[in-house]
Design a protein around this ligand. Structure first.
Ligand code: ADP
Ligand code: TRP
Length: 340
């Protein structure tokens, strides 16, 4: 670990600045990063190079990056403890990425389901970057020799690929350069579904704004969206078994439990058999209590550009110190060093 760290293990994760952040991003990802800072040397990265694998309007990209960095801090990631930075400001990520592109096999990338989903029928016409996206993600992790990577279910396959790259790299070059990064799969319970359809993930790409609560939503907007959230005609079920066929009920209870940090079963005990309207009234309070302080702090931070820039600058230079040493070692092992 870096000399400045008291920890023996290192966490790295990244969030793409591709759109406004919603409750799913917060409960499913960012919120879970916060406690890791106590146990690991932690790096949290705004992955702008991943974002540009699909078209991003340059002027909007800048503000989206600020929003993600502000959301990290407003959610409780402490810039004094953790390293918060922008991926593109540490060029070692892309330098390692090229080398790892030469280690990863085409067959491995062809199996990536996220690429298949994102490319869809348009496969011949998406960027090459979208295809090699998982290799850049492996570089993000390995350039810091990160030992643990907190990710959502949907990123598990990419992490498997990073592990395959480690095994092949260490084997090809006959040196244990990289540790095998372990996934920290974030609580499945915090998979937040659309407020309009409990079988679909809450996502920024959903056409209905009423499907998601944004971290920038006002209290009134939050209340309106929860009031309009889809429910069943029947009251909340009496047993947990019945919840399996009631995705909307399950989703609203999950959001309650995750925002309130209260065991799901306790929340279920409180509302089983009751009317949805009762749950919704309380849920509005619970979500507003959680989101409004984060929204206020994000708004303060995104207007204080000088402070935000300073955090990101300090973060990049701390990250770069670790990354440069690892890249040097990789150059030596692979014969790319300057000594001839
Ligand atoms: P989106 O689906 O809105 O495009 P991203 O794919 O950019 O979101 O996800 C960023 C992070 O947020 C990932 O770690 C992902 O696992 C998490 N995430 C996104 N949507 C949800 C959700 N509905 N529930 C839980 N976590 C989510
Ligand atoms: N691919 C991740 C996502 O879409 C973001 C990401 C990029 C990432 N690099 C990473 C996550 C490194 C963990 C570690 O959510």
């Amino acid at each position: 670990m870096s000399k400045e760290s008291k920890f023996s293990e290192r966490v790295l994760s990244g969030v793409q600045p591709t759109g406004g952040l919603h409750l799913g991003n917060y409960l499913g990802a960012i919120k879970n990063f916060v406690p890791l800072q106590q146990k690991f040397e932690s790096l949290f990265c705004v992955v702008d190079l991943h974002a540009i694998t699909v078209w991003q309007e340059p002027s909007e990209l800048v503000s989206k990056k600020c929003e993600v960095a502000a959301a990290f801090i407003a959610s409780g990631i402490d810039p004094k403890k953790s390293i918060i930075f922008n991926q593109s400001q540490v060029p070692e990520h892309t330098q390692l990425s090229w080398i790892l592109n030469c280690v990863a096999r085409i067959g491995w990338l062809n199996r990536m389901t996220q690429f298949k989903d994102k490319a869809g029928k348009n496969r011949e016409n998406v960027s090459v970057g979208l295809y090699t996206y998982p290799v850049l993600m492996a570089s993000d992790i390995l350039i810091y020799k990160a030992t643990h990577v907190p990710v959502g279910e949907d990123q598990k396959q990419h992490l498997e690929l990073a592990r395959d790259i480690v095994l092949k790299f260490n084997n090809d070059f006959k040196r244990e350069v990289f540790p095998l990064p372990k996934p920290i799969i974030m609580d499945n319970a915090a998979r937040i579904m659309s407020l309009r359809d409990g079988t679909k993930k809450m996502s920024k790409s959903d056409i209905s704004e009423y499907s998601r609560i944004m971290l920038t939503d006002t209290d009134d907007e939050i209340a309106k969206k929860i009031k309009k959230a889809k429910t069943d005609a029947m009251p909340l079920p009496g047993t947990k078994k019945e919840l399996e066929n009631m995705p909307e009920a399950l989703n609203l209870l999950t959001i309650y439990s995750a925002c309130q940090d209260e065991e799901f079963d306790l929340v279920f005990d409180k509302y089983h058999g009751k009317n949805f309207s009762e749950l919704k009234i309380d849920l509005i309070d619970v979500v507003i209590n959680k989101i409004s302080p984060i929204r206020e702090e994000m708004s303060r931070l995104t207007t204080d550009k000088k402070y935000l820039r300073e955090i990101l600058d300090v973060g990049s230079s701390r990250a770069k110190k670790i990354a440069a040493d690892v890249l040097k070692e990789v150059y030596e092992v692979t014969g790319l060093n300057s000594n001839i």
